[in-house]
Design a binder for this molecule. Structure first.
Ligand code: NAI
Ligand code: MG
Length: 332
């Protein structure tokens, strides 16, 4: 079956990894039609909008978006496009699976942590005010509605996939009311899933334990800010940001992207690792019911990682994005 998806080609390494991933999807016979849009700073300079209207319309029609990273300029005036997309389309469940790959050598073995990050509120709600020249406020927002749905997403995933435990990560010892609410709702919702063990831990302790004993973690559910930070940490456990995919799911729309950003330090050099984005595309294929194609691509990637002759520099190799991509296509 042919599916049409929307593709946002961002900036930095965005275009390089997008080209690589679309080539691999085609080589795997994914049966996809693409509506491709340039987004980000270059688009803004030429046409006055970071995302063209037609791009939004395409996503609203297709309901599935494969999005490459976009640079978020620092300072005021620019709101992060990523934060905006997640809010606009209510993509509340950000799932970030960090699994060790036996072919990628790291100091940590057998890591298999699936993190669910709340994607629409917390300190990322964008409620910030300059009180006076020397004082700024940023409001942390935690609601029952948003907490319940992300916690249900985590338990639902755990139950469906035979996972044993969900850990709620918070700082309710200090933010007793907001994080306390999140934690209370966690235990309420956990009662609907008696087969899955429920526990809670404080975020700073979790940062330490993730490094000391990552194997103790199974599924994690947490608020927006903690999830942002801790998921970059979990990427470090499995070999870096080049290997961590994600899905951003709402009731009506789904967006798939790598966890990493636009990597301006290596942009244009042809050495970006497209794997995180490719695995995000595999999550998209599963969402579209194309499990077989996803499995086929994952196998080809595993084989190329195992051979180790065409790895990108972030994984200790000397190959470029093109060579790595061609090697995956050869495996397919
Ligand atoms: P980053 O994730 O772009 O890069 C961090 C480090 O990891 C860099 O050294 C980079 O070279 C390396 N890296 C990242 N992805 C890689 C890949 N695929 N292959 C090899 N190496 C890779 O984070 P940074 O530099 O803090 O952010 C750059 C820009 O990206 C910022 O404007 C930020 O706001 C934006 N960003 C966008 C995201 C998105 O579009 N979803 C997510 C995170 C950041
Ligand atoms: Mg991040």
């Amino acid at each position: 079956e042919k599916n049409t998806i929307t593709v946002f080609k961002g900036d930095g390494i965005g275009p390089e990894i997008t080209d690589a991933v679309l080539k691999i999807l085609d080589a795997a016979g994914a049966g996809l039609e693409y509506e491709i849009f340039r987004v980000g700073a270059a688009e803004y300079e030429e046409n006055g909008a970071l995302i063209p209207e037609a791009g939004f319309a395409s996503f609203e029609k297709n309901r599935v978006l494969l999005k490459s990273p976009i640079t978020t300029p620092l300072g005021t005036g620019f709101r992060s496009l990523n934060v905006m997309l997640r809010k606009k389309y209510d993509l509340y469940a950000n799932m970030r699976p960090a699994r060790s790959n036996s072919a990628v050598k790291t100091p940590f073995e057998n890591v298999d942590i699936v993190m669910f990050r709340e994607n629409t509120e917390d300190l990322y709600a964008g409620v910030e005010t300059q009180v006076d020249q020397d004082t700024a406020h940023s409001i942390k927002i935690i609601t029952r509605k948003c907490s319940e749905r992300i916690i249900r997403a985590a338990f639902g995933y755990a139950q469906k996939n035979g996972r044993k435990k969900v850990t709620c990560v918070h700082k309710a010892n200090i933010m007793k009311i907001s994080d306390g609410l999140f934690r209370d709702i966690f235990y309420e919702v956990s009662k609907e899933y008696p087969q899955v063990q429920a526990e809670d831990k404080i975020v700073d302790n979790v940062a330490m334990q993730l490094v000391m004993q990552p194997q103790k973690f199974d599924v994690i559910v947490t608020e927006n800010l903690y999830g942002d930070i801790l998921s970059d940490l979990t990427s470090g456990l499995i070999g870096g940001l080049g290997l961590l995919p994600s899905s951003n799911m709402g009731e009506d729309f789904a967006m798939f992207e790598a966890v990493h950003g636009s990597a301006p330090d290596i942009a244009g050099k042809g050495i970006a690792n497209p794997t995180a984005f490719l695995w995000s595309a595999c999550m998209m294929l599963e969402h579209l019911g194309k499990q077989e194609t996803a499995v086929k691509i994952r196998r080809a990637v595993d084989e190329v990682l195992r051979q180790g002759t065409a790895l990108t520099p972030d994984l200790g190799g000397t190959a470029g994005t093109k060579e790595y991509t061609e090697e995956i296509i050869r495996q397919l």
